[in-house]
Design a protein around this ligand. Structure first.
Ligand code: MEV
Length: 319
């Protein structure tokens, strides 16, 4: 706890769900992503034993040092990069302790690394006395995301920075535009442990793509068309169409080889319990599935828990 009146800086960022277009986004096709109600918050305080970053929600032992001596390789590299990007370079300036907390589960495809990056940068910007602008956050958080993900499309940190529901296209300027949503979209998010890191899922698909580029280009084009049809369905408030598009997008992600048995099992469970459609969200290989459930979400939530999965109900608000 901070001593009363001790200087303190804070930053926060939401997690995200990708409604359409993950993986194809890496290849320049549009992705539609929305901020989640849950996210991460960072608090920076003076700490003579710093720099150190503690994430109690992810485990009491998650204490990260930027020199890597505490383990947690990606987190420590990202922490070091964030201190550098904030200009906290001198030994005195680096005497900071950061506590990161929140309800966003890590490593299940809900954008925890992007929320981590954006919340940390916002808090460090405030700590140094010159907050980052959103444009600066977008650039700096992308640099941190490359530490976690190698060559990310940028969709995760863009939504973590700007919030709302966005249509994102890598390589476009501007890369994002707001998506109009006529009616709230009721979702159940269900998740299983990741079997492979997001980075491995992206790299695995890259290898398969490079061996058969024309075939994968057609699959990515189809995913892009589904994303465009999804934008139209969101604008029209057409939930049955949205559900149909979710399931179609999932089936193409299966074709890409990124859906695990747990992802498929959760999609099937969702459809047996009143979902209009369901798909994996994020990188796949385990992690999260989103199900469009306009009625009572309880039967599906109970079935997920009975199956040993994590699950919560949420919604994407109308805009
Ligand atoms: C991860 O949330 C989304 C992916 O499309 C990777 C990326 O866009 O960088 C799988």
């Amino acid at each position: 706890m901070a001593a009363r009146g001790a200087p303190m800086a804070t930053g926060a960022a939401p997690g995200k769900v990708i409604l359409f277009g993950e993986h194809a986004a890496v290849y320049g096709r549009p992705a539609i992503a929305a901020a989640l109600g849950s996210g991460l918050g960072a608090v920076v305080q003076a700490d003579a034993a710093g720099p150190v970053l503690h994430i109690p929600a992810w485990g009491q032992n998650v204490r990260v040092r930027p020199d890597g001596t505490g383990g947690f390789e990606s987190l420590s590299k990202a922490f070091a990069a964030a201190l550098g990007l904030a200009g906290l370079d001198t030994p005195e300036a680096r005497r900071v302790g950061v506590t990161m907390d929140g309800e966003l589960p890590p490593s299940v495809g809900l954008g925890s690394s992007a929320a981590f990056s954006v919340a940390l940068l916002r808090a460090l910007g405030q700590w140094r006395g010159r907050p980052f602008s959103d444009a600066e956050i977008l650039e700096a958080a992308f640099a941190l995301e490359t530490v976690f993900h190698g060559s990310p499309s940028g969709v995760d940190h863009t939504v973590a920075t700007l919030g709302g529901c966005l249509r994102f296209e890598r390589g476009r300027t501007p890369a994002y535009s707001p998506v109009a949503i006529a009616v709230p979209v009721p979702l159940v998010v269900a998740f299983a442990p990741r079997e492979s890191a997001g980075r491995q899922m992206v790299e695995g698909l890259r290898a398969r793509h490079d061996a058969l580029p024309a075939v994968y280009a057609r699959i990515f084009d189809a995913i892009g068309e589904i994303a465009e049809a999804g934008v139209a369905a969101l604008a029209a408030g057409d939930l049955p169409r949205l559900g149909q598009l979710f399931t179609l997008n999932h089936d193409l992600l299966r074709a890409c080889g990124v859906a695990s048995a747990a992802n498929d099992a959760l999609v099937a469970l969702a459809r047996q319990h009143g979902a209009l459609g369901a798909k994996l969200t994020g990188a796949g290989g385990g992690g999260s599935v989103i199900a469009l459930v306009p009625g009572d979400p309880e039967p599906l939530l109970r079935a997920c828990v009975a199956g040993g999965y994590g699950a919560f109900a949420t919604r994407v608000d109308a805009t």
